[in-house]
Design a protein around this ligand. Structure first.
Ligand code: ADP
Ligand code: MG
Length: 281
């Protein structure tokens, strides 16, 4: 149930990211709700929040655009370092799901991809890659003209990468490859050899493949560096995106790590912000 206008939230945590503004709020009965807006609609997001807070509502912000949003809201708020908030939030979401773990690699596939080693209460950023959800949208628009995230995801899931991506098995033709034949040897690497496919669905499936496999590959290497056996994936790039989840989880497991997808994982930063101002959630 969304929070109706006029109904006040007890506490609100907001993660204002590059593409989306994620909001986690505590209702007066103690339950938690989520809501999101496009970052481009920041005024709308500010109006939504303003209609649901009063002087008694506690407010905490994180994310690259937190300061701008606070300016629009025109009131005091707790400010959190984004990675701190995200790690705390994901721990809470994992616990809620009964999938709590002590140490793991955390990969946040947002506009870009950010990777953290989490070990108990401590965590540090191991790195990341510029290949993320922004790449998915940018490459999809450049190659097919499809711009809406939901359309990209829907069309990609009907596509076939067979004539576009070069697999290890294509190179070894009949011979036994030294690594699994179903691994991608070269994303988009078959395009010139086969004349490629112009079907939007196929191109978009390959774009999702490129992003998902890059994210999973970098994560598996980082997990090795941290000594973590599981990779926890969050970020809005996975929203209603079964294909990306499948590619990322499949590739992660093929490369020997356990993949964990977190329901509502895109709200990790917002939940972490919320946790900083509530006694208990
Ligand atoms: P950030 O914190 O950088 O804003 P997010 O974790 O919110 O990043 O992820 C942003 C990505 O989520 C986008 O690049 C896009 O791939 C995907 N996405 C999911 N839903 C939407 C949407 N409604 N509009 C735009 N992008 C979306
Ligand atoms: Mg983010």
């Amino acid at each position: 149930m969304p929070l109706e206008t006029g109904t006040k939230a007890r506490s609100v945590g907001i993660d204002a990211g590059g593409t989306l503004i994620k909001i986690a709020y505590e209702r007066t009965d103690g339950t938690v709700g989520f809501h999101k807006f496009a970052a481009a609609a920041m005024e709308e997001a500010a109006a939504w929040v303003a209609a649901r807070i009063d002087a008694a509502t506690r407010l905490a912000l994180t994310g690259g655009r937190a300061a701008r949003l606070r300016g629009l809201l025109g009131r005091d708020a707790n400010h959190l370092v984004e990675f701190e908030a995200t790690c705390n939030g994901v721990r809470w979401l994992l616990r809620r799901q009964g999938a709590e773990r002590h140490s793991f690699l955390l990969t946040n596939v947002g506009t870009g991809t950010s990777i953290h080693c989490v070990d108990g209460a401590s965590h540090y950023r191991v790195g990341g890659t510029g290949v993320g959800g922004g790449t998915l949208l940018g490459l999809a628009a450049m190659t097919t003209g499809v711009t809406a995230f939901d359309d990209v995801v829907r069309l990609a899931s009907q596509g076939d990468r067979g004539d576009i991506d070069l697999l290890v098995t294509h190179i070894y033709e009949g011979a036994t490859p030294p690594i699994p034949g179903e691994l991608t040897a070269s994303n988009f690497g078959r395009w010139l050899q086969t004349g490629g496919s112009d079907r939007k669905e196929d191109v978009l499936a390959s774009v999702v493949g490129l992003v998902g496999e890059t994210v999973a590959t970098v994560s598996v290497h980082a997990a090795g560096q941290c000594g973590a056996s599981s990779v926890v994936y969050i970020g809005s790039s996975f929203i209603r995106n079964d294909l990306l989840r499948k590619v990322v989880a499949g590739y992660t497991e093929l490369r020997g790590s356990q993949a964990v997808m977190v329901p509502d994982g895109e709200y990790s930063g917002a939940v972490g912000a919320l946790l900083s101002i509530v006694d208990k959630l």
